[in-house]
Design a protein around this ligand. Structure first.
Ligand code: ACO
Length: 326
């Protein structure tokens, strides 16, 4: 079993900024409510010509540069997303073509906001076993395309963006120390996009009923998130043979500042040990953790040897956590 870690990171967010003030013009809400209840100040919105693979492309190019390898060196591309360009071909295949990664296999992974951690676990197994040398893992979303901008319960939360990492073999002692993944399909109704699949194909009725937009039971998801962030983190630490005291940085899924604060409290960590970019991007689902990782790497916040805990949760319901020595 080879030690596997992150060789390079990259990110991309669309230029257009949608602020809380802008939302005040669109629905019955205000900056004070959004800031105090969620911690979000603004989010990015993809341009009309941009789709998920475009955001993924820019983030991936940066990750390849940062890792010092070329697209030709990639053996596999995994894209975690709930907003693929289309049902098929996969966004990973579309990305493969854009990158010119001719030798790479490619597939999408659907685990909602936990998708990036699920994808890391998949990718690292391929490398640990010696099947592949370099795997590109991307979390990319255009959630604005499935957000109902007349629903104040959801439209203040979501944003667009992409983060990417290149995984490969690292020196002994570094890299991923554990993965903890889980799911609870009984909570599927709490967070879903109901139509456009084989159960409810797109029709005039599904459009009329707004079934092509995110449906979310906010309070229930909130309770689940607080509970699962704690237990998933505990389990990932236990598997890695670590304790809370070993954590140098927490990189949580960026959904709500109150959920992050609850996780910090549970882990007895100060906020300065947490990578938080939620105020600027809102919840970008599968893109949120790799965006935060890429920014922390860019800013030099993560140092070689740091113990980093990644924790996410999302639709499915799903959750994932990982301990990584940077
Ligand atoms: N502006 C003003 N008022 C609002 C807004 C808004 N944007 N949204 C809701 N309200 C109102 C509600 O209507 C409600 O009014 P009522 O009491 O008259 O019914 C009141 O504010 C309080 O609503 P709550 O839902 O209790 O507010 P809460 O404090 O729970 O915050 C929130 C809502 C922010 C959605 C929170 O529940 C949350 O963050 N949940 C988790 C969401 C999440 O993490 N989703 C992950 C998605 S992951 C994925 O896979 C995509």
């Amino acid at each position: 079993i080879r030690p596997v870690g992150i060789l390079g990171t990259g990110k991309y967010v669309p230029e257009r900024v949608l602020t809380n003030k802008d939302l005040e013009q669109m629905v019955d809400t205000n900056d004070e409510w959004i800031t105090s209840r969620t911690g979000i100040k603004e989010r990015r919105i993809a341009a009309e010509h941009e789709a998920t693979s475009d955001l993924a492309y820019h983030a991936s190019m940066e990750a390849l540069r940062n890792a010092g390898i070329s697209a030709d060196d990639l053996d596999l591309i995994i894209v975690a997303t709930i907003t693929p360009d289309m049902a098929f071909p996969s966004t990973a295949c579309i990305l493969q073509e854009k990158l010119g990664a001719k030798k790479a296999a490619a597939f999408d992974l659907a685990a909602a906001c936990s998708g990036f951690i699920y994808s890391l676990a998949n990718a690292s197994n391929f490398i640990a076993m010696g099947t592949y040398k370099h795997v590109l893992v991307v979390g990319a979303e255009c959630l604005s395309r499935i957000t109902d901008y007349t629903d104040r319960n959801t439209c203040v939360l979501f944003g667009d963006g992409a983060g990417a990492v290149v995984l490969g073999e690292v020196p002994e002692g570094r890299g991923f120390k554990s993965f903890e993944l889980g799911s609870d399909g009984s909570g599927g109704e709490l967070l879903k996009l109901a139509a456009g699949g084989s159960r409810n194909p797109a029709s005039a009725e599904t459009i009329e009923n707004k079934q092509h937009y995110i449906h979310m039971e906010g309070r229930e998801v909130f309770k689940f998130a607080v509970r699962i962030m704690g237990s998933a983190a505990d389990e990932a630490l236990r598997k890695a043979g670590c304790t809370k005291e070993d954590i140098d940085f927490l990189v949580p899924h960026q959904a709500n500042i109150r959920i992050i604060q609850a996780a910090l409290q549970r882990l007895e960590l100060d906020e300065d040990k947490c990578i938080i970019n939620l105020p600027f991007y809102g919840n970008a689902s599968a893109a949120s953790i790799p965006l935060a990782l890429a920014e922390a790497n860019e800013n030099g916040r993560l140092r070689e040897g740091d113990t980093v805990l990644l924790v996410g949760f999302g639709g499915g319901l799903t959750w994932g956590a990982s301990v990584l020595v940077w």
